[in-house]
Design a protein around this ligand. Sequence first.
Ligand code: ZN
Length: 414
Amino acid sequence: MKFDWTRKACRMHKQPMALATILASALLTVHPAQAGSVSRIEANSSNITIAFDDVVEEVSTFSLVGPDRIAVDIRGGKAGQGGYAQGIVKGVRQGQFKPNTARIVFDLERPAVITDGSFSKDGKSLNLSLRPVGQGQISSIRQSFLPPTEFRAEPPRKSYSVKVPLGKPKDSVRLPKIYGPDDPNRPLVVIDAGHGGHDPGTVSPHGGTYEKNVVLAIALAVRDRLIAGGQVRVALTRDTDSFLVLQERYGIARRLGADLFMSIHADAAGNESASGATVYTLSEVASDREAAKLAARENKANIINGVNLGGATHDVSSILIDLTQRETMNISADFAKLLHREASQQMSFRKIPHRYASLIVLKAPDTPSVLFETGYLTNKDDVAFLNSRQGRSKVAAGVARAIESHFARKLALR
Ligand code: ZN
């Protein structure tokens, strides 16, 4: 037996080069804007006062239960230190939640909500009214408070340039077109067709269907169906056969301020009789061995020639990420149930239709996200269904109904 050492050595020598290209080409520029630091916090049973040393962009608040808390996000703000609390407010914590957003968390002795709030005339202090309520009277709706226009910080201008070194170099991940009603208040859904470009995903043993192609066709059908419904706005992370790393996929949703993110995939199993759809939401603990295997398979999309294109950086402080992420995970799980309820009238699901897995593509801390495995490319009937226009339009109808019901309450309130 003889090995072709020359070829092997040659291929191995290419890897560090690829890595160097990525490091050199990953670029992030943030033009700093004004940011007021939190200079004083005072809280008692009926009032919260937050003062800043300069103007901020916007403040939003929401309540959380178990344990009872109120979180206050200050966009265009920098976290300061400490704070004074008394009455039902047991403690005050603050930290930099995002580069441009400070978060203050008020730990409460009992449930309470913010009923009102107003900025001082110079925009440098915010007074919030607090009211204790009964258990079960908490809603997780976010309320926003804006400083007076002339004393409001401008949001920073950001420019990102992330290059993918394999294939043709990309200048940056451009934000996709938004379809649907020309109304920024309508909910925005980002649909992500999995895989793409040099990553085919699963290849079906029945006719060689590529996952990247069939999921793009499904994503387009969902988009068209949502546009026809006229209720929500919709954007696709990709509408061509192109490759995106997993962080870029949810990154697009975050940068667009999406209200829901859905990544569409098709499954594979060694056992060809396995069939039906599954909807996955994020959990660090996989719901079963199969979910763990699926996460390993889908997360591999970022690793090419042994190089991790996604990196492992987190721009969010680890202690505070937990709060919003938990809130986001609950909304995601509710949507997953709704998706099963609506789409199971159009297509078949597995016995356990909703599972949990640690999927990178679902890790946006503030965008409710699901990964929809629409069926098995290793199952003959599932491939035929997903490859047919009729099958795809059934999937699209189920998905669109679920999305429209999910936002129906919000729309009714407008
Ligand atoms: Zn996939």
